[in-house]
Design a protein around this ligand. Structure first.
Ligand code: MTE
Length: 369
């Protein structure tokens, strides 16, 4: 389906929501398109390239209406390696504490990294003459109407003007050197590195410069961290905290939780992603529930906006084993220890220490199974 690997874990077929297994994600720092996670809120639109247009309007001196060839010829082309992470990544960890209702229970794989090419949103906004008053935001709208919204509406969201004018935010038509696949927003999507995936609006057809954030359902109601005791049925728009930049996070991809591993050298692998304005300084792994830590080996940073893969080889004794991992960033901050204090009714932004539980079997036992 959608050119994706049959090994993907499919949460829902319609809308199509799927994540790769940890072992697949751990294989490449730039995620192959066929295993890049997919997050949709409605039917995937089909927009032929010749029919696609981008309207740039609102608080601008010169509104624009751009075709793809116009976008490609009028502005310089830039490439950014950036990780996209859904705000619901690692939600399954919250669900173990208290049930999260009506949301997909994403594991560690609602996150992937690609090489995106397109034009800088900043360059387009400069030609349009975007206003620079206080509290100006740049709103994006896609054509897909989501029945999950109340009332049903097109998918949208916004980012502050300052972020929109930063060089890393792209209107992208290429992913890993290929035309952007339809399932990932082709012909053109927004890519907002450092922000929750929801702001990287796919099939974008309108960019509106406006006072205040977007009032779209997916900005004003969903993708907000509500207090733990909120009632989802009575919490109105603008309740809780709107999500924008992502916090420092890391997770263990290999070994998979709940598996058996043979005694002997065990390679532990994962990813770490720093929040905006910081880098990953180190990743630590504990085999004794956080009493002692060893530093993992960090792969080189591919870009300021990309995750870093890490690995550590250990030799655990046979028996039950909990592997814990946490990242530190360049400001000296680390991740919260427990998901309990972070639990929120929609299950967003779980960046607690990563933990997997495995059974280390006696030499020879695993091979007999
Ligand atoms: N854009 C539109 N138009 N419709 C959507 O449903 N989902 C958002 C974002 N952009 C969405 C969208 C969310 S929540 C995420 S995490 C990312 O797209 C996922 O991008 P991907 O499917 O290319 O991985």
């Amino acid at each position: 389906m959608w050119g994706k690997s049959p090994a993907m874990i499919v949460h829902t077929r319609s809308p199509f929501n799927a994540e790769p297994r940890g072992s697949a994600l751990a294989r490449n720092e730039v995620t192959p398109v066929d295993i890049f996670y997919c997050r949709n809120h409605g039917p995937v639109p089909e927009i032929p390239v010749h029919a696609w247009r981008l309207e740039v309007d609102g608080l601008v001196t010169s509104p624009l209406s751009l075709s793809l060839p116009a976008l490609q010829s009028r502005f310089d082309i830039h490439t950014v390696i950036a990780t996209l992470q859904c705000a619901g990544n690692r939600r399954s960890g919250f669900n173990e504490i208290r049930a999260i209702v009506d949301e997909d229970l994403w594991g560690s794989g609602a996150i992937s990294t690609a090489e995106w090419s397109g034009v800088r949103l900043a360059d387009v906004l400069a030609v349009a003459g975007a206003g620079r008053d206080d509290d100006v935001h740049v709103a994006f709208t896609g054509p897909d109407v989501s029945p999950l919204a109340v009332p049903a509406q097109q998918f949208g969201g916004s980012i502050p003007l300052a972020k929109a004018m930063s060089g890393e935010v792209l209107l992208a038509w290429e992913m890993n050197g290929q035309a952007l696949p339809r399932i990932h927003g082709g012909p053109v999507r927004v890519v907002v590195p450092g922000y929750i995936g929801a702001r990287s609006v796919k099939w974008v057809n309108a960019v509106t410069v406006q006072k205040g954030p977007s009032q779209n359902y997916f900005q004003s109601v969903a993708y907000r961290v509500l207090p733990a005791d909120s009632d989802l049925h009575t919490a109105g728009p603008l309740a809780g905290r709107s999500l924008s930049s992502v916090a420092l996070n890391c997770d263990i991809l290999v070994p998979a939780d709940g598996t058996e591993v043979a005694a002997g050298p065990l390679e532990i692998r994962g990813y770490a992603l720093a929040g905006e304005g910081a880098g990953v300084a180190r990743v630590e792994v504990s085999l004794d529930q956080g009493n002692s830590w060893r530093q993992a080996e960090l792969a080189a940073a591919r870009s300021p906006w990309a995750w870093r893969h890490w690995s550590l080889t250990v030799e655990p004794e046979p028996g039950p084993l909990t592997v814990t991992a946490r990242a530190w960033d360049t400001t000296g901050a680390t991740q919260p220890e427990s998901a309990e204090v972070l639990w929120n009714p929609r299950g967003y932004a779980n960046n607690s220490w990563a933990r997997v539980h495995v059974a280390v079997t006696h030499p020879g036992t695993a091979a007999l199974k």
